[in-house]
Structures are given as C-alpha cells and as structure tokens.
Design a protein around this ligand. Structure first.
Ligand SMILES: [Ca+2]
Ligand SMILES: [Ca+2]
Ligand SMILES: [Ca+2]
Length: 367
C-alpha cells in the first residue's frame, strides 16, 4: 500500500489504497491461501470483536464469496455462470465449491457509469462446460444503502497482526499492522456515506463507505472491521425484509498520513462500489432472459415465475412452448396465404384464359 493521504487529498489516497488492496500485495495474499492461517481477513477493531463463528449465522451466500486463484483477491459469484469483482482485480481462475473454474476469454466487461466512464467494477463469465457450481443467483440491492445501515463484510484480505505506534506531529498514534496472509473472514460495519464518486486513474466509481470505529464507540458495530489488502472485490451485504442483498463490492481504503505501510487505524474508511448504481448493467450482462428484470418477448410478463415461457431463472428465453406453436401457426398461415395467393392467381389466370379463349375463339371464328 502506498502512503494514504488526508481527506483533502482523498483522490490520491484512494488511488494508493486501491493498489494496496488488490494488486501490489496480491502475491503475498496467495501465501495466505496455502498457509495454515492463524490469520483473519479484514481488520477488527479489537480481538474480542472477531466473530467466533466461521460463517455468519443464517447467511445463505457465504459460498458466493470466493477468490482468484493466483493473486488471491476476492471475487463474487453472481450465479448463472458470472463473476463480479473490482476492475483492478481483473479476471482469472476462481474457486467455487472446491473446484477451479477458468474464465471465458473475451467475456469480461468493465461496468460503466451513466456518462460512459469506466468504474472500478467488472464482470466475467466462467467456463461451466465441465459442471455448474450449482449456486443460486445472488440477490443484488435495488436501492442504495443509507447512512446508518448495518452491513456485513466478507473478504479474503489480510488480518490484524500487531499494534504499532508512531509519532505524528508530536502526538503518539497507534494502529494495527496487517499480517502477511489473507484468509476468508467476515465482519460488520455501519454505512457513513453514500453516492461519493471515487476516482482512481482511469476509473471513476460510485461508492458507499464506512469508517473504522474504536470499540465502545457510538457507531461501532458488534464485529467492527475495515478492509485490507486482498479484500478488493469482497462483498458488502445488507439485510432487507429478511433477505440478504449484495450492496457493495469493496475497492479501496483511505487513512491518515505518516503511518507505517500496511497498517489500519481507527477513522480509516473503506469504500465499496455501490451495486445499486450498477445493478441494471450487471443484470444486462450477467442474467439470463428469465432473470434480467426485462420483458424480453413483449408479452408484458417479466422473468420467472411471472412469464409462463420461463422454465426457471436460468432459462435464457422468455418465449414459451405456446409461443413456439404460435410461430408454427404463423408459418402455416404464411404458407396458406401463399397457397391462397397462388390459387387466386391461378383462378385469375384461368379466368383470363377463359376470357381470352372465347375472344380468341371468337377472333379465330371471326378469322
Ligand atoms: Ca426477462
Ligand atoms: Ca415477457
Ligand atoms: Ca413469455
């Protein structure tokens, strides 16, 4: 990770943070995958704020959060053969249900903002020719989270190693140095800001963000955590009406200057791409016709189970069997129309001939 800057220089700070989260330390993250892992992904506000359970209770999408095979940052499986991650993570082989799935060359799409500029967010398709991971479609948040919403974070980032202290303008500061390995863990936080545009090089991303609060703070959550290297591409989930929805994809962190590299401190902020802002484009690229929330066949019924042409959510054609028969009828009707046209033409020709024959007969008679 480069040197983060203060908020006034947030853009530079975010750029530096992004490199740290996803790419520069990615190879070290792989060590964490192989290693025996006493470590924790995400940085927790205190050791007793780390969850005891390996998987969040009553959470159905744990397996959808996975990682790239080689560089180790996080990748989200959307179901239906498509993966979502930060653009700076990029596409690659991913682990799902204990197997490795290769990406399909040329399938990657960088998601765009309404003004056409690219965001730090991308989708790519995985090769399922040797079997489907068998995971359901991941629900995507329809509306952005709001300030104060509690969120669940899941990523493959580095964990918290030791406390480090440094001097900043004459006052002693402390933080938590990141360990050398990444591992899949979960934590919580509370949304502090929404709709902030984060610019990083060529990418401009609509984000949601949350601060890293100390234990016992007024806004501190039970498993308060911040992102670290390797959490790029990791998930931010929100629960609404009993359903978990993907609300964000973690992309970057910002913090104050002067700290040692690879260190988190209270007040740091984690940013995630706002999934609600990119939802329609994600659906357009990644969802079959029966799950894309569009009326693809113009019968005013949308998707499974409302459109009777949809066998299931993975069906890529909203036209149903009746429609297929209908097209058969259309062909028959066209054929009949041609036949009728031919008959009419024939009758016409006969009548022409019939008319002309007497006249010619008449003529010839006249001859
Ligand atoms: Ca549809
Ligand atoms: Ca339809
Ligand atoms: Ca239909």
């Amino acid at each position: 990770m480069g040197r983060p800057r203060l908020d006034r220089r947030r853009r530079r700070g975010i750029r530096a943070g992004v490199v740290g989260l996803g790419v520069a330390f990615g190879l070290i993250g792989l060590v964490g995958v192989i290693g025996s892992g006493a470590a924790h992904a995400l940085i927790f506000a205190s050791p007793d704020m780390e969850p005891a359970e390996a998987v969040p209770p009553d959470f159905p999408y744990w397996e959808h959060v996975t990682q790239r095979r080689y560089q180790g940052p996080s990748v989200l499986y959307l179901g239906g053969g498509w993966a979502l991650t930060a653009r700076h993570v990029g596409m690659g082989e991913v682990f799902l249900e204990g197997r490795i799935f290769a990406p399909i060359a040329g399938s990657q799409r960088t998601l765009l903002n309404l003004d056409g500029s690219p965001a730090d967010l991308m989708v790519f398709e995985i090769d399922r020719s040797e079997g489907d991971p068998g995971l359901p479609l991941l629900p995507l948040a329809r509306r952005p989270v709001e300030r104060g919403d509690q969120v669940l974070l899941i990523g493959f980032g580095r964990g918290r190693a030791r406390v480090v202290e440094w001097d900043a303008d004459g006052t002693s500061q402390f933080g938590f140095q990141w360990d050398a390995v990444g591992r899949k863990r979960w934590g919580t936080n509370r949304i502090d800001l929404v709709g902030e545009r984060v610019n990083q090089g060529a990418w401009s991303t609509i984000t949601i963000g949350f601060g890293f609060d100390p234990p016992l703070g007024a806004r501190t959550t039970r498993y308060e955590a911040a992102a670290a290297t390797g959490d790029s591409g990791g998930a931010v989930f929100v629960q609404r009406d009993g359903t978990w929805e993907l609300a964000g994809v973690m992309t970057s962190v910002t913090g104050t200057t002067g700290r040692p590299d690879a260190t988190s401190t209270y007040g740091d902020r984690t940013y995630a791409a706002d999934v609600a802002a990119y939802r329609s484009e994600i659906l357009r690229w990644t969802r079959p016709a029966c799950a894309n929330e569009q009326d693809d066949d113009g019968d005013e019924a949308i998707d499974f189970p409302d459109d009777p042409g949809c066998r299931d959510l993975e069906d890529d054609d909203e036209r149903d069997r009746t429609d297929a028969t209908g097209s058969g009828l259309t062909e028959i009707a066209i054929a009949l129309g041609l036949a009728i046209g031919g008959a009419l033409a024939l009758v016409f020709r006969i009548r022409q001939r019939g008319q002309s024959t007497p006249s010619s007969t008449s003529d010839s008679t006249a001859d």
